[in-house]
Design a protein around this ligand. Structure first.
Ligand SMILES: Nc1ncnc2c1ncn2[C@@H]1O[C@H](COP(=O)(O)OP(=O)(O)O)[C@@H](O)[C@H]1O
Ligand SMILES: [Mg+2]
Length: 280
């Protein structure tokens, strides 16, 4: 028997997904990924991802460029198709729980020339709960203003988004997700290219979310601040390399496994980990 026919014999019938045990999708977990594989044009970019998000934590998703971090977020939100696997939110499929899930896309993926002001961007984030063809009420506008205020952007409510700085645009995006009052937030590189004031504002919001029992999973490119900002870390490079509490998982060994040969960068981080009393 050739290797090919052996492989074919062991392959499950097409279109039949494996049975999922109930406890593989616990309700207590804001997001649970089971055996997820994602491909673009038949080239897999994420392999066999298994992960249960612990509730009430700030979680960094870390890995090199092209590791599949954005793809992971898009795939769980059904924005790109998966080859296999199941994902649940609070124990149910995304379409049943989507109101409880807030998404902050990467700033660079958005057309900022679109002629709307900051308040309108935040209000549009509420359409899912308002309903597309219902009027926006004063209550909704107040909720949107409150969200802008939380990120320090209330004074810019009527400013066209094309007229905002990158950091301000990012804060508007965050306000849009906050207004939704979600229980789980998925954020793609919210700290990329922002000024120091915006970085502080975002960190403050993340801590507020955590204090209120919410969960945030944040794609984060800055290895130097992972320990300071996050409780948990997911190390990703096409495969899930390691995940768990930052103190256990954010080790030099795991980072080497995630980043491969980019040693100069890792040496700097290793140095900092030594200084902060972290593992070496
Ligand atoms: N729409 C797409 N079509 C084809 N390939 C894509 C697409 N989006 C991303 N990729 C590829 O998938 C891999 C993972 O990309 P991505 O998820 O954006 O990584 P990251 O966010 O970690 O930088 C990369 O090799 C990237 O080139
Ligand atoms: Mg990305």
């Amino acid at each position: 028997m050739s290797a090919d026919s052996k492989a074919a014999a062991s392959t499950e019938p097409a279109g039949v997904s494996p049975q999922v045990e109930p406890d593989e999708h616990p309700r207590s977990s804001p997001m649970s990924i089971h055996d997820m594989t994602v491909a673009y044009h038949r080239r897999p970019v994420l392999w066999d991802i298994d992960y249960n998000t612990p509730p009430g934590n700030l979680i960094a998703i870390v890995g090199p460029n092209g590791a599949g971090k954005s793809t992971l977020i898009k795939a769980v939100l059904n924005l790109v198709p998966t080859v296999s696997g199941q994902v649940s939110f609070f124990g149910e499929p995304y379409k049943k729980q989507r109101r409880r899930v807030g998404y902050v896309p990467q700033r660079s993926s958005v057309d900022w020339d679109f002629p709307v002001n900051a308040l309108e961007v935040v209000t549009m984030g509420l359409y899912r709960s308002i309903g597309w063809f219902r009027p926006v009420t004063k209550k909704h506008r107040q909720a949107a203003m409150a969200a802008l205020d939380r990120v320090g952007m209330a004074d810019y409510a009527k400013r066209q988004i094309s007229q905002l700085s990158g950091g301000q645009q990012q804060r508007v995006f965050l306000a849009r997700a906050l207004a939704q009052e979600a229980d789980l937030y998925l954020m793609d590189e919210p700290f990329a290219g922002v000024d120091a004031a915006t970085e502080r504002a975002i960190v403050a919001v993340l801590r507020e979310l955590k204090d209120a029992g919410r969960t945030a999973m944040v794609v984060h490119h800055d290895l130097q601040t992972v320990q300071e900002y996050f409780d948990e870390v997911v190390l990703l490079n096409m495969r899930l390399i390691a995940s768990g509490p930052v103190g256990d998982v954010f080790t030099e060994e795991n980072l080497r496994a995630t980043y491969g040969g980019k040693l100069a960068l890792l040496d700097r981080v290793g140095h900092r980990m030594t200084l902060s009393g972290g593992r070496q």
